[in-house]
Design a protein around this ligand. Structure first.
Ligand SMILES: Cc1cc2nc3c(=O)[nH]c(=O)nc-3n(C[C@H](O)[C@H](O)[C@H](O)COP(=O)(O)OP(=O)(O)OC[C@H]3O[C@@H](n4cnc5c(N)ncnc54)[C@H](O)[C@@H]3O)c2cc1C
Ligand code: SF4
Length: 511
């Protein structure tokens, strides 16, 4: 009799996958909590717990639907702590005759499983994970022969192909992109909606992790774990977003303010990235909400959100599969510095960084502009090696999986790919941070000062970055203007700025 073993990875918790539409005695599923996954980078404790909790809930769901399942817990004696060792062991112990897996999202795991299939003597097959709008190679095919990979043209094609926010063959409401209506600073008197947080008790999982020597970062309240750990909670969070946050999502998507960790963001990335819900479900849910309440929810709020999902998220995945493995080595500016030590403690006098890092340590979460224009901006201005930056981002965020982390970090944030993802580096001085946040007023440093003890480090580091990388950036049409300003500056002023930046870079641990 044919006996099939099917592997379910920790980020493949898709209960709507066609695998589960029939129950068969001949099929056994396997899920495993393994050290090769907990240890490939130093993860946030909430990320490890969140994934294990969601895996255990998914396993219970499969068992209650009568599927055969083997679940290897972290500290099980028979757990050999890697995919290939566990799978080879199970295949011979249970005499499976066929092995199947869903295509992994990470290059590293994809390579491992391909090697395993070559090594085992039984037949094997890889099937789609049935989650994304696009296949792995779709973006590569779409841009075939093109030098640049413009997200906007990919996004429009996705809208047409999947008939999202369309009116016949035209974009609904006449325009593809309503970004100019978005991105406002939060008014001082505005009190954002309090985020929906869960109170999951995950202390049993924490206890198991504490029995090992797994190294993690960040904090957790294991009796009140705030993240969704099953499909029901994921759908609840999505409902909360649609009902309470969508109406101001676009307006305040780039706003930052101390003590408000999520504003009008959905915090749905963790649920989506481990596939407890699909991007199609997310888009359908918010579109229905807008249709019901179009008198209250302006179209630009909806379009801004939909673009993140069907545009940016699919685009980043496509870039990843088109560019890996070379992408992980790119370092366009030849940066080589280390991240300052306060990236792991939040103990810095720089208010914006203190807030973004402390929030990341407490929740495993920061929203997009904190990642891009606070931590990412600083790291690029400080000339930090992209490997250092990748491993920090891959560890600290609960939603961090390489396919979406590296393209955002090395690509969008660090421009280490020389412009595959972005058309220019995302750097700024204090003026942008002050424009979009309420951080500067109470900061030790002074946003308008460039030189001296209290000068905001972003100001001198910003000009130092342009000066240092002139040969690579001066011809970029989107930033040529900055070089005109720099060239017109008095030589003494330029020298003072570069000396100030040099002092800050040499003393970055003390900022
Ligand atoms: C340096 C850096 C690192 C990042 N690392 C990750 C990561 O490891 N994992 C991750 O999922 N996202 C990452 N992002 C993208 C984005 O910041 C997060 O998806 C978002 O903050 C998640 O929070 P949210 O669900 O509240 O998002 P919302 O602001 O509510 O947006 C809705 C959804 O849109 C999608 N989205 C938005 N922007 C992007 C983007 N640039 N790329 C891909 N999807 C996007 C996400 O799925 C997100 O859940 C990173 C961005 C930067 C600048
Ligand atoms: S003054 Fe500078 S360091 Fe302080 S919050 Fe503003 S931008 Fe950040």
């Amino acid at each position: 009799m044919k006996k099939t073993l099917r592997l379910i990875l920790g980020d493949q918790l898709n209960s709507n996958h066609s695998w589960y539409s029939t129950v068969a005695d001949s099929v056994t599923y396997v899920m495993m909590e393994i050290r090769s996954e907990t240890d490939y980078t130093q993860h946030h404790i909430q990320k490890v717990i969140g994934i294990f909790a969601a895996m255990q809930n998914f396993a219970n769901h499969l068992k209650s639907n009568n599927h055969n399942l083997i679940y290897l817990y972290l500290n099980d004696q028979q757990n050999l702590q890697s995919f290939s060792d566990n799978l080879q062991n199970l295949i011979s112990a249970h005499q499976f005759t066929h092995f199947e897996y869903q295509l992994p999202d990470e290059f590293r795991v994809d390579e491992d499983l391909k090697q395993l299939c070559n090594a085992i003597s039984i037949s094997s097959a890889a099937v789609d994970s049935e989650h994304f709008f696009t296949s792995r190679n779709e973006l590569g095919d779409f841009f075939e022969g093109k030098k640049t990979f413009l997200m906007e043209s990919f996004y429009r094609a996705m809208r047409k192909k999947h008939y999202v926010l369309m009116d016949g063959d035209k974009p609904l409401n006449g325009k593809w992109n309503f970004d100019s209506d978005n991105r406002k600073k939060l008014p001082k008197e505005h009190k954002p909606t309090s985020p929906l947080v869960f109170e999951n008790d995950v202390s049993a999982i924490l206890l198991e992790i504490e029995k090992t020597d797994i190294k993690t970062i960040g904090f957790v309240d294991a009796k009140n774990f705030v993240w969704p750990i099953n499909r029901e909670q994921s759908l609840e969070l999505l409902d909360f977003f649609a009902i309470e946050c969508l109406q101001l999502f676009g307006s305040f998507q780039d706003a930052m303010t101390p003590n408000e960790w999520s504003l009008y963001h959905s915090r749905i990335s963790f649920s989506m990235n481990i596939k407890m819900i699909s991007p199609k479900e997310v888009i359908d849910r918010v579109t229905i909400e807008w249709q019901k309440r179009s008198h209250e929810i302006e179209f630009h709020q909806l379009e801004g959100f939909v673009r993140q999902i069907i545009g940016w998220r699919e685009y980043m995945r496509g870039i990843y599969w088109n560019q890996m493995p070379d992408y992980a080595q790119l370092n366009y500016f030849n940066n080589s510095e280390k991240l300052p030590s306060w990236f792991w403690t939040g103990e810095t006098k720089m208010n914006c960084l203190k807030d973004a890092i402390n929030q990341s340590l407490h929740y495993g979460y920061a929203h997009h502009i904190q990642r891009l224009m606070i931590t990412g901006n600083f790291a690029l201005l400080a000339g930090v090696h992209p490997d250092e930056i990748d491993s920090w981002y891959l560890g600290i965020y609960i939603d961090a999986f390489e396919w979406v982390q590296i393209t955002n970090t090395r690509g969008m944030s660090q421009f280490a790919d020389g412009g595959i993802v972005g058309t220019k580096p995302y750097v700024s001085s204090a003026s942008y941070i002050d424009k979009m946040s309420n951080y500067c007023g109470s900061c030790y440093y002074k946003k308008a000062i460039k030189i001296g003890d209290k000068a905001c480090p972003f100001n001198s580091l910003y000009w130092n970055f342009y000066d240092k990388n002139e040969s690579k950036l001066a011809k970029n049409p989107r930033i040529g203007m900055m070089y005109n300003v720099w060239r017109k500056m008095k030589p003494d002023d330029k020298t003072a700025l570069l000396e100030q930046a040099d002092y800050y870079l040499k003393n970055s641990n003390d900022l």
